[in-house]
Design a protein. Structure first.
Length: 294
């Protein structure tokens, strides 16, 4: 399987910009880690894809992006995190959700996510307070929902496309793009973009047809003279958990709760939400934590 890749480009002599990603490996890694059902893979894969696209726009390695999608669908809350690499991770409440195909014979992402609820985007970019944007879910398909988020929360008129193609063996292709109009964009640019986006079709189908991510960006914008200004072949799904971090989380329980765990169970096994890795804490280790709290 080819490496995932992100590109940034300028179309129509710099009046339009595009960020495009192939996220096949990211989505497949998440599917395997969380034992996602096909429809959960499609829904969560789309969220991971947009998270990587937004995350790569942050300027510093210290910046952190957190996204929650809380819809009224059976998958429950979906939660993702990214840095500017972007390295992404996340989890869903109900990874095993199963639904019949929708009326078009496709995985029912909207039914899985739900058509009511909210998207919460938090960007910790080194300011006194993090930026928090909240936007309603408008379709549950996530592409439209994030286009609506950009318009309402960031005052940016964007075209967003996300796709995850799933078969019985896992994720076959996944990717997405965000297209933004620059302030000097012309009306004719908008007409050309609308036509190109319609004719291009779905992201996952373009990738399945062996279009490179550069060719995908050219097709989506309709500009064969698209200028690529940045390439990034480092996006991936990866968790940075370790036992020290788990220990710090246990400390927040307080000594009474830790003592109760010791009295009732002796030791404790914890599991990371993002990668399902398990960490064992013996009775002696928990007693040391209590001692350090005094």
């Amino acid at each position: 399987m080819n490496k995932d890749k992100i590109i940034k480009g300028l179309a129509y002599d710099g009046r339009v910009n595009i960020i495009a990603i192939e996220s096949t490996n990211i989505c497949e890694e998440a599917r395997k880690i969380h034992s996602l059902s096909p429809v959960a893979t499609a829904a969560f894969g789309r969220l991971l894809t947009i998270t990587a696209l937004i995350g790569c726009e942050m300027k510093s390695e210290e910046n952190k992006l957190t996204i929650q999608v809380k819809g009224n669908g059976p998958i429950g809350t979906m939660f993702t995190v990214s840095d500017n690499t972007p390295i992404v991770k996340g989890y869903v409440i109900n990874p095993a959700v199963d639904l019949p195909l929708n009326e078009f014979g496709k995985l029912d992402v909207a039914g899985c996510v739900g058509t009511e609820g909210f998207i919460y985007v938090t960007k910790d970019i080194g300011l006194k307070d993090p930026y928090i944007g909240i936007s309603p879910i408008v379709s549950g398909e996530l592409g439209e929902d994030f286009a609506n988020y950009f318009l309402n929360s960031e005052q940016t008129n964007s075209a967003v496309a996300l796709g995850v193609l799933v078969d019985k063996n896992g994720v076959r292709k996944a990717g997405g793009y965000i297209i933004n109009l620059m302030p000097d964009a012309k009306q004719e640019d908008i007409f050309a973009l609308e036509r190109a986006i319609f004719e291009a079709g779905s992201v996952s189908k373009m990738l399945e047809n062996n279009l490179s991510i550069e060719e995908l960006a050219m097709k989506a914008t309709g500009d064969k003279k698209l200028k690529i200004i940045e390439r990034n072949d480092s996006p991936k799904y990866e968790c940075d958990c370790n036992k020290d971090r788990m220990e710090k989380a246990l400390i927040t329980l307080g000594k009474d709760e830790l003592q109760k765990i010791i009295d009732e169970d002796g030791g404790l096994e914890t599991s990371c939400h993002f990668c399902n890795k398990k960490y064992q804490f013996s009775k002696e280790e928990l007693l040391n934590l209590i001692k350090n709290l005094k």
